[in-house]
Structures are given as structure tokens and as C-alpha cells.
Design a protein around this ligand. Structure first.
Ligand code: ADP
Length: 269
């Protein structure tokens, strides 16, 4: 009888423990959901005042072009930076809630890369970097041109941000079997080996004064990887360590039946 009672008691204990674990998991799920919701609301609330602010600054910029001071361009740059950060937050929260959809079509990779270069040209030039673009084309992928531009602009912007003044940035694309391969390489700070597998994680940042000076939340690469994976692609990073530059490689499936052809050198500036 004693043994049977002990057995029953053990069963109750196990059941109790399981119920406790289940309650804990449910609480975690709930707090995760509320965190996602909060993030979405926070991003919206932060974003709303910025649009009229930016319009106002742009107007001032146009009206005061003759004025010789850096104040308005600085305000314009800072507002754009904040808009980009908040847009990244909004995108991440849309992805985690399954609300980000791609508007896909057959996209020319050369065009997307051209747009990304345009979007980051000012940042690259003002840091005194040289950008070399070698696009092997024509290469076509199925994707959302706006999101793909965002991917490459983000990688170019990081290359500019994490490279000391006057560095070299190379962007090259080519077809390798059925894949479009795009490499963004810089001669910058590089990434220590222990961080290589972590830079795509949310909020992961290599501690460096240059990096901190550029600002950022450590979510850009998380978003880039999510977007690449939504396009059935992959992204990886290589670096020979701190001070040795970094190379990000994006692979995307090419559109079947699109012609292969030789390499065409892109513009250098
Ligand atoms: P953020 O730039 O806002 O910090 P990211 O997610 O874009 O966030 O990048 C995460 C971290 O990875 C950066 O903080 C930086 O430490 C490192 N990193 C990203 N790109 C490069 C690069 N091209 N060279 C060196 N480090 C980089």
C-alpha cells in the first residue's frame, strides 16, 4: 500500500511539474506576443512625427540653399537616419507578425544593384571611400525590387560605416550555376571570428568606437537575412578578423531560362 501511495504521489508531482511548465511556456508566449505588439506600436509612434519633420527640413533646405551653414543638411541627415532605423524596426516587427509581403516580379539584378548604389552614394562619397562595381549581366531573379534594393543598400551602407575614411568597397555579381551571387567586400574593420556567426542575430554588434560613432541598433543584418531568406536565398559573411575587412555574400536563385552571358564591368567611382 505504501509503495502504491508513493507511486501515486510521484504521478501527482510529475503532473504538477508539467502543468507548471505549460503555464510558464504560455506566459512566455504571451509576453512575446505583447513585446511584438509593443514594438509595432512604438515604431509607429516614433515614425509618425518624422514625415512632416522631414518635409519641413527639405523645404528649408531648398529655400536656404544660398545659406552657408551645415545646420540644415545635418538635420536632414539625422532625420533620414532616424527614419531608416525606425523603418527597419517596423519591417522586423512586420516579419515577426507574418505581415510583411513581397511584391514579386522578374527583376534585373543589375538594376537593383544600381538603385542600391544610388541610395548609398552620398554616404560612401562623404566617407572618402572608393566604390568599384562589377556587374556580370544580364542576371534576373524573382523578387521584390524594393526589398532587394534594401538588402544591397544595407550591405553597402555597413561597408561604408565600418571602414575607416578612404577605404575600398567592391561589389561584384555573377552567375554561378543556377544562382546569382553578389559579393560586397570592404577593406574596413573586419569582424572577429567569434562574432562571425552572430552578426545576423538581432541586436548583435561588434564593440568598436567607429561602429558606435555611426549609430545603429544591430538589426540591419537581421532584416537583411530575413529578406534574403524570403527570396529563397542565403547570406554569409567572411572576414580574416579585426582590421582585415569583411565580405558579405548573397546567393539568390536565378530565373530559369534567362540568358547567360559574359561579364560587363560596371561604373567605378
Ligand atoms: P548596426 O550597423 O545597426 O549595428 P547591423 O545588424 O547592420 O547593425 O550589423 C551588426 C553588427 O555587425 C554591426 O554593429 C557591426 O559590428 C558588424 N558589421 C556589419 N557590417 C560590417 C562590416 N561591413 N564590417 C565590419 N563589421 C560589420
Amino acid at each position: 500500500v505504501q509503495a502504491a501511495l508513493r507511486d501515486r504521489a510521484r504521478q501527482y508531482l510529475v503532473r504538477d511539474h508539467l502543468a507548471e511548465q505549460e503555464a510558464y511556456a504560455a506566459a512566455l508566449r504571451e509576453s512575446d506576443r505583447r513585446k511584438d505588439e509593443f514594438l509595432a506600436v512604438l515604431a509607429h509612434e516614433l515614425r509618425n512625427p518624422l514625415a512632416p519633420l522631414r518635409t519641413g527640413i527639405d523645404l528649408l533646405l531648398l529655400e536656404n540653399q544660398a545659406r552657408d551653414d551645415d545646420l540644415i543638411p545635418m538635420m536632414s541627415r539625422q532625420t533620414s537616419h532616424m527614419v531608416r532605423l525606425i523603418d527597419d524596426l517596423l519591417d522586423l516587427s512586420r516579419i515577426s507578425q507574418g505581415k510583411l509581403t513581397l511584391r514579386t516580379s522578374t527583376v534585373s539584378l543589375g538594376e537593383v544593384i544600381g538603385n542600391a548604389v544610388e541610395a548609398t552614394r552620398q554616404q560612401i562619397e562623404s566617407a572618402g571611400h572608393q566604390l568599384h562595381v562589377a556587374v556580370s549581366g544580364p542576371l534576373h531573379v524573382t523578387g521584390d525590387p524594393v526589398r532587394l534594393t534594401q538588402v544591397f543598400a544595407n550591405l553597402l551602407s555597413n561597408a561604408a560605416k565600418y571602414t575607416e575614411q578612404g577605404g575600398q568597397i567592391h561589389l561584384a555579381s555573377e552567375r554561378v550555376q543556377e544562382k546569382a551571387v553578389v559579393r560586397v567586400r570592404d577593406t574596413g574593420l573586419g569582424i572577429p571570428p567569434e562574432m562571425l556567426s552572430r552578426v545576423f542575430e538581432m541586436f548583435a554588434q561588434v564593440d568598436s568606437s567607429l561602429g558606435r560613432a555611426g549609430g545603429g541598433l544591430g538589426i540591419g543584418l537581421t532584416l537583411v537575412r530575413q529578406l534574403v531568406e524570403m527570396h529563397q536565398g542565403s547570406i554569409r559573411v567572411a572576414s580574416d578578423g579585426l582590421g582585415c575587412g569583411s565580405e558579405f555574400t548573397v546567393e539568390l536563385p536565378t530565373v530559369a531560362g534567362m540568358p547567360r552571358s559574359g561579364a560587363v564591368r560596371g561604373p567605378e567611382f
